[in-house]
Design a protein around this ligand. Structure first.
Ligand SMILES: *Cc1c(COP(=O)(O)O)cnc(C)c1O
Length: 222
């Protein structure tokens, strides 16, 4: 939190503008509980069943759970019922299933669209070029279980500062373009920055940083 505060300070941003999402995938519920005891409230998982198992042993309503992985059709119900945020929306079919299940459970899932800014074929997410058409289609329909809240991206693995910052700056510009073109209200979250590049993401306007290894240590898998 001190490092996040420092990164925010040097960028002239308030610390409260940046939310830390602790990415607990592959780590035990015990490790999550330890971090929760330090005051951490937001946790991120990328596999539905693994996440739900941890949510089940931490029923405190003060926690918010973020789903970061691809949405498999047969997992939409689990995700919609148990998670508060989804950072990885990239299709209308997934949106339809998530909205229906969230609405049926009388809850609202806040969703971010994942954008593959660097057009990396190994990465998930919509291309920047595909974003307007996606939003155009999205905005013609009602989504009673969803609240569209912003964009998410990942910089290239091991990217130097200039490249990582260019990716993050591009996401910020894309979000502004979307707000303007589609009159989106509340579309203000920028989920960007991980263990190695979160300070650059904060400098470029991240409102959520997703950090795993720098909090929990190395992962065995995943
Ligand atoms: C695993 C993961 C992270 C965390 O990565 P670290 O390098 O461990 O900080 C962030 N975002 C997503 C989408 C992930 O899958």
């Amino acid at each position: 939190m001190a490092r996040i505060a420092q990164a925010a300070r040097v960028s002239g941003r308030p610390t409260s503008a940046v939310r830390l999402v602790a990415v607990s995938k592959t780590h035990t519920a015990q490790a999550v509980a330890q971090l929760a005891a330090c005051g951490q409230r937001h946790f991120g998982e990328s596999r539905a069943q693994e996440g739900v198992a941890k949510i089940a042993v931490m029923p405190d309503a003060a926690f918010e759970w973020h789903f970061l992985g691809p949405v498999q059709r047969n997992k939409a119900r689990l995700i919609a019922r148990h998670f508060h945020w989804l950072h990885s929306l990239e299709g209308l079919d997934a949106a339809e299933a998530l909205s229906r299940h969230a609405h049926a459970a009388d809850t609202t899932l806040r969703v971010l669209i994942e954008v593959n800014v660097t057009a990396d074929p190994r990465k998930h997410g919509l291309s920047a070029a595909a974003l307007p058409a996606f939003l155009e289609a999205y905005c013609t329909r009602a989504w009673p279980g969803l609240r569209l809240s912003g964009l998410m991206t990942m910089a290239a693995h091991g990217a130097p500062e200039s490249a990582a910052r260019a990716t993050f700056a591009r996401l910020r510009e894309l979000a502004a373009d979307c707000r303007r073109a589609f009159g989106l209200a509340g579309f203000d979250e920028l989920s960007m920055g991980m263990s190695d590049d979160y300070h650059w993401a904060i400098a470029e306007g991240a409102t959520m940083v997703r950090i795993g290894r720098a909090l929990f240590g190395a992962r065995d898998i995943g």
